[in-house]
Design a protein around this ligand. Structure first.
Ligand code: UDP
Ligand code: LCN
Length: 793
């Protein structure tokens, strides 16, 4: 795409000059992609040359950003997923050239920086990964483990002797306390291992089919085997034959199957420092939403799968999972001031709470926003590490971080204990705020992005693997930049210039999508399982009259409902949905709108952003006179109630709408879909991938609200003519979630990833020691220095 563009510019310098000049005439020195495109369309309308040659249109359409001064015009072009080009056009010479990312970043810095010095710390991870296997196809992104498996298996196959030795030494390191697993010291060479496998399989085949490990233990041990091969006779034979095949010829499929059968994961520590983290009454606070739901569902699924695996491996070990979060003495009646809380519905999962401390050791009592936690994380991590060791009496086999603060804590703990680290972002703030890196100084008082983005870089680069809920989270789509991709290069003037921060082609990225709790969110048609005990209260919530906790009540209860539920953050855009509805006459005739989120009394909110949204919501009620058609419940539903609520709305042939400006994943979207509610969700973020437009729901553009309202209105109109239409969408939604978004699939995949990365980390140089040293510098000399500038509580 670029070559025709370059050629157009060299042949048409005047037209190019005029085009870029028209941007200069706006008086802005930074322009976004949408502004560039709008400007181009207006400009091209009167110029036939530009209409004939589409190369300029192609480039402008793919431009993410432009930066300009009196002398130069810089264009940042992204022709496709994870591909970037930078151009400079000089207004005086009327020439254009491709430039480096460093030059582009320096130019941007000069536009906003007051400092005359452009020498800045340049962060560049690319030299460290130069010799490291890297994918090069965009469709491979997010499937790192398959790539690694293939790559290393074929390397092992080429050097079979070495491959065999590695397998042998890997087998000999497993154990639990003083109990070795798999093989004992009597097997010292590959030759002996091979012989033992043949002998072992022959022996087992001669035993009764219902024999278990305990029946054969003595004989197998004498041959050099220890527990871990399997519980049943056939299970043990299967594991042995897989290993025998691997020793013949390393193959990535066999390797993956074999590794999943080796006992490697008994204990996991999950870090989610900023609270509130608890099992009841914690959702809906500014910082506490889906992450808590995700982790509580995740641990249940993981424990179940770990238990199943250990059982099948023939071991009687109770796996343990610790969720480490912050202890908050002033916890508003929740359990967040308790040091330990068992997780309901599990046997070996607890929430362990560790306080944030001041320098003098005293505990900070009150809740802190996630943007303010940075100075406390190092000490928190040291205490958390000790709390983990005290409870498990051994190192965890995996440390999982959540969100930027949890991932930094996971980094510190995993480094200190030398264990596998997994990163989960949930949401990266960088793409949520416009020019968040470039204007970091202006935002620093409120958001402290200097700490957060540095912490993100450290965690992303240190973790052994990263799991994401969708592809777009890593690499976006053809026209939208991925959340991780946005860390590839960026600048924070006067602080750091990141030339190569994260590479989305790194095989550490894997898509492992979460699910919706199937015990709570199931189809409305599944009458036998419905929570009938909740239904009266739900009918009252929907159809009830005025109350302290709500505004509006429906004058016509027979209409279908448009339902939305979220925290009352600006980005969730619940007020946007109310505005679209208010302004759309036919939609108001067709349906009622039910909103659940925040609180209706401004004085009950402690958060500035939420207070602003509350005020706005009231203004919209007044402006559009919504009293009889919109009901806003300023309350938080318990999980069970929310599950039945989606189904009750489906009973009334309603829809769910997720109108966010951006949604990293969107648990409510899959919950609504699992319940059988036709869903309209934002096209910015995870829902773009969750929903297949027109099949399992619809995408809407929150920036084009009247169009979104038209779409919802047309849907209701079509359903009136053809009631099957609603059913089709409902079925499509249920099917999509069943196929793609289940916690069982999640747990199996996460554990498999842990085993495979653990194996490769042990047998190859995946350790990335050089990177680790670089990150230590970044942590101590950059991150800690910034964290020290934050106000202390
Ligand atoms: N939720 C809830 N009760 C409420 C509001 C929200 O149980 O009153 C749950 C909702 O069902 C979902 C989670 O909170 O599981 C919100 O997660 P989502 O990913 O949609 O958004 P986040 O809040 O993480 O940005
Ligand atoms: C945070 C978000 O913003 C949501 O989009 C996700 O669904 C949630 O975390 C769980 O990962």
């Amino acid at each position: 795409m670029q070559k025709p563009f370059e050629s157009f510019v060299s042949h048409n310098p005047e037209t190019t000059y005029e085009l870029f000049q028209s941007y200069r005439a706006t008086g802005k020195n930074l322009l976004l992609g949408s502004e560039l495109w709008d400007g181009f369309q207006a400009f091209a309308a009167e110029r036939p040359a530009l209409q004939r040659d589409t190369s300029v249109a192609d480039v402008i359409l793919k431009s993410q950003e432009a930066a300009l001064s009196d002398g130069d015009f810089y264009l940042m072009v992204r022709p496709g997923v994870a591909r970037w080009f930078y151009y400079r056009f000089n207004f005086e010479a009327k020439t254009m050239s491709e430039v480096s990312v460093a030059e582009f970043l320096c130019f941007k810095e000069q536009l906003v920086s007051t400092s005359p010095v452009s020498r800045l710390l340049e962060i560049d991870f690319s030299p460290f990964v130069r010799d490291f296997p890297k994918m090069n196809q965009t469709r491979s992104i997010g499937n790192g483990v398959e790539f690694l498996n293939r790559h290393f298996s074929s390397r092992l196959a080429h050097d079979l002797t070495r491959g065999e030795e590695l397998l042998l030494s890997f087998l000999s390191v497993h154990g639990y306390d003083s109990q070795p697993f798999m093989i004992n010291a009597s097997i010292t060479s590959v030759k002996e291992l091979r012989r033992a496998l043949v002998q072992g399989m022959r022996y087992l085949e001669s035993q009764p089919a219902d024999h278990q490990w305990s029946d054969c233990e003595n004989s197998l041990r004498a041959m050099g085997f220890e527990p871990g091969w399997g519980r049943t006779r056939d299970g043990i034979i299967k594991t042995m034959s897989l290993l025998a095949d691997l020793l013949e010829a390393p193959d990535h499929h066999i390797l993956e199957t074999f590794l999943a059968r080796v006992p490697m994961i008994f204990n996991i520590a999950i870090l989610s420092p900023h609270g509130y983290f608890g099992q009841t009454d914690v959702l809906g606070l500014p910082d506490t939403g889906g992450q808590v739901v995700y982790i509580l569902d995740q641990v249940k699924a993981l424990e179940k799968e770990m238990k199943l695996r250990l059982y099948n491996q023939g071991l009687d070990i109770q796996p343990r999972i610790l969720i480490i979060t912050r202890l908050i003495p002033d916890c508003g009646g929740t359990t967040c001031n308790q040091e330990e809380e068992p997780v309901v519905g599990t046997e070996g999962v607890s929430i362990v709470r560790v306080p944030f401390r001041r320098e003098d050791g005293s505990i900070i009592d009150q809740w802190l926003s996630r943007f303010e936690v940075w100075p406390y994380l190092e000490r928190f991590s040291i205490e958390a590490e000790q709390a983990i060791l005290d409870r498990l009496e051994r190192r965890p086999d995996l440390v999982i971080g959540n969100y930027s603060d949890g991932n930094l804590a996971a980094y510190l703990i995993a480094q200190s204990l030398g264990v596998t680290q997994c990163t989960i972002a949930h949401a990266l703030e960088k793409t949520k705020y416009l020019y968040s890196a470039l204007y970091w100084k202006d935002l620093e008082d409120q958001y402290h992005f200097s700490c957060q983005f540095t912490a993100d870089l450290i965690a992303m680069n240190s973790s052994d693997f990263i799991i994401t809920s969708t592809y777009q989270e890593i690499a976006g789509s053809e026209d939208v930049v991925g959340q991780y991709e946005s860390y590839a290069s960026f600048t924070m003037p006067d602080l750091q210039r990141v030339l190569h921060g994260v590479d989305v082609f790194d095989p550490k990225f894997n898509i492992v999508s979460p699910g919706a709790d199937a015990d709570i969110y199931f189809p409305y048609t599944d009458q036998a399982r419905r929570f009938t005990d909740e239904q009266d209260a739900i009918a009252e919530l929907i159809d009830g009259g005025p109350g302290d906790f709500c505004r509006g009540s429906f004058s016509d209860n027979d209409k279908p409902l448009i339902f939305s539920m979220a925290r009352l953050d600006q980005i969730k855009n619940l007020t946007g949905l109310v505005r679209w509805f208010g302004a759309h006459e036919s939609l108001r005739r067709q349906a009622n709108l039910l909103i659940i989120g925040g609180t209706v009394a401004e004085e009950h909110s402690g958060d500035n952003e939420e207070r602003h949204q509350i005020r706005l919501m009231h203004e919209l009620f007044d402006q559009f006179q919504l009293e009889g058609q919109v009901r806003w419940l300023g309350t938080r539903l318990a999980k069970k109630t929310s599950g039945e609520m989606y189904r009750c709305i489906a009973d009334r042939r309603g829809v769910f709408v997720q109108p966010a400006f951006f949604e990293a994943f969107g648990l409510t979207v899959i919950e609504a879909m699992a319940s059988g509610l036709p869903t309209f969700a934002t096209r910015y973020g995870g829902p773009l991938e969750i929903i297949k437009h027109g099949v399992s729901g619809f995408h809407i553009d929150p920036n084009h609200g009247s169009q979104a309202a038209d779409d919802i209105s047309s849907f209701f109109a079509r359903c009136t003519e053809d009631p099957d239409h609603w059913q089709q969408l409902s079925k499509g939604a249920i099917q999509r979630v069943e196929e793609r978004y289940t916690w069982r699939r999640y747990a199996k995949r996460l554990l498999s990833l842990t085993c495979i990365y653990g194996f490769w980390k042990y047998t190859t140089n995946l350790e990335r020691q050089e990177t680790r040293r670089y990150m230590e510098m970044l942590y101590h000399l950059q991150f800690k220095h910034r964290a020290a500038t934050l106000p202390r509580h």
